[in-house]
Design a protein around this ligand. Structure first.
Ligand SMILES: [Zn+2]
Length: 125
């Protein structure tokens, strides 16, 4: 997936709704990114705000992540910028709500915490 990063201003803060409109993605995608490690300006604040520079960095790191081969127990940590293992006991699986492949199976996403930095990590199954 290609995102148009030129519309994002580094020093502006965006709500998930604004970010989804700018990038032409579903708002659920933005929430999934937040769960997967996209940082918020203030995690306790509602509505949630994302700094443009964090959004850009997250998308760039995601791009790098797709070029890295991961072993079954590995995740790509967007903070460490390398494949890492999940911290023991932090893994959890969730359905994304999408159906994939010829068998129309449920797409699942695995969340965990990075063993090295403790940051949120995620990978699609
Ligand atoms: Zn990490």
């Amino acid at each position: 997936m290609k995102y148009n990063l030129s519309k994002i201003r580094s020093k502006s803060a965006y709500t998930p709704k604004e970010a989804s409109a700018l990038l032409e993605v579903n708002r659920k995608t933005i929430f999934r990114w937040i769960k997967g490690g996209l940082s918020l300006l203030d995690p306790k604040q509602k509505p949630r705000l994302i700094m443009g520079k964090d959004l850009k960095a997250f998308i760039k790191a995601k791009r790098e992540a797709t070029q890295v081969k991961l072993r079954p127990n590995e995740y790509y940590c967007l903070v460490c910028r390398k494949p890492v293992e999940g911290k023991h006991g932090t893994q959890k699986v969730e359905k994304t709500g999408k159906k994939i492949g010829k068998l129309n199976r449920d797409q699942e996403i695995l969340y965990a915490k990075c063993k090295e930095c403790g940051g949120k990590i995620a990978r699609l199954l």
